[in-house]
Design a protein around this ligand. Structure first.
Ligand SMILES: Cc1cc2nc3c(=O)[nH]c(=O)nc-3n(C[C@H](O)[C@H](O)[C@H](O)COP(=O)(O)O)c2cc1C
Length: 306
């Protein structure tokens, strides 16, 4: 038997979009839950599927309902993903929605929506696969919200970072690397100062690719998760870009991973890096990560939740 937590983490490496699946109970009450198990299945006939957990409160409602709608969330609708993943009874009083032609709830401002007739229900372990035949749909050119390793991500914000890197400053690219609840900090042997690993600190232009291969050479195989901070230092004309990353494996030369409680804050090399690591520690507790844009002194954190 596999360790369920470990297996869930392995599944979580697959980057998906996020949807809200919604239907009406027999008495007309709207019901909905957040789902990333959405898959497009067939064009002809037009089919899609979603998987419903047997332990979901709305399990019976969905497996018995004749129809349902799948709403694909945009990158600024993470608050709706959270709302519909909760057990709140007032989900449809908070979210703005309208009724589709079949009566299913269509959320306002979504990337795309599909109103379906239930076509098939397949038993699948602790979930049930519901296949829907699309009756009506609509789509826009908005960018969808992403989900990976238990956190939301936004391609739009990632792109702003890429643009920011084109300002002619010297580029440093690094990551806060986590492994089993610890993060990697390197120590400068002479000064004893601690650094978050990055490429470009040696004076050569940093890049994500270079950073990943530098880490690989240290015996650390990385999965980069999402952008975490973009800041510039006007004085030394340096642009820093830091991501969140996970070490899949850590070789013997893997550096010094420390638990959050073991971080010697006063030895962190500079104010900007200290603030960044501090934010990482506090956001980890809430499983919600923002992206910092600004200078090494002043800026703002953009979050995916309004
Ligand atoms: C990003 C994300 C994706 C999820 N995907 C699914 C899914 O595909 N199927 C599922 O049954 N639950 C999924 N869940 C969990 C449900 O949204 C959550 O259990 C919800 O409370 C169910 O609502 P209910 O118990 O009121 O029916 C997901 C949650 C999140 C945050």
């Amino acid at each position: 038997m596999f360790d369920p937590r470990h297996l869930r983490d392995a599944f979580g490496t697959f980057l998906t979009g996020v949807t809200v699946v919604a239907c009406r109970e027999g008495n007309g009450t709207p019901r909905g839950f957040t789902a990333n198990s959405f898959t497009s299945v067939s064009l002809n006939p037009p089919l899609l599927l979603i998987c419903v957990d047997r332990s979901a409160e709305s399990f019976d409602v969905f497996t018995n309902s004749d129809g349902f709608a799948v709403n694909i969330l945009t990158e600024d609708q993470a608050h709706l993903a959270d709302l519909f993943a909760s057990k709140r009874p007032d989900k449809f009083e908070i979210a703005r929605w309208r009724e589709g032609r079949m009566g299913c709830p269509i959320l306002e401002g979504v990337c795309a929506w599909f109103e379906c007739k239930r076509n098939m229900t397949l038993e699948a372990g602790d979930h049930v696969i519901i296949v829907g035949e699309i009756q009506h749909y609509g789509s826009t050119d908005s960018i969808g919200l992403g989900y990976v390793r238990g956190g939301y991500m936004s391609l739009g914000l990632e792109r702003s970072a890429a643009k920011a890197a084109g300002n002619g400053f010297h580029v440093v690219v690094g990551a806060i690397i986590e492994h089993e609840g610890r993060i990697l900090l390197y120590e400068d042997e002479k000064s004893g100062e601690l650094y978050v690993p990055a490429s470009g600190l040696d004076g050569e232009k940093g890049s994500l690719q270079k950073f990943q291969s530098d880490m690989q050479a240290q015996g650390i195989r990385l999965t980069v998760s999402s952008l975490f901070a973009v800041f510039e230092n006007e004085e030394n004309e340096q642009q820093s870009i830091y991501y969140r990353a996970f070490a899949e494996s850590v070789g013997s030369r893997g550096g010094d991973f420390r638990t959050f409680g073991e971080i010697p804050w006063d030895r962190i090399c500079n104010h900007a890096v200290k603030t960044m690591v501090h934010r990482y520690v506090s956001e980890s507790g809430r499983h919600r990560f923002g992206i910092y844009f600004g200078s090494d002194r002043d800026g703002s954190v953009e979050t995916l939740v309004k």
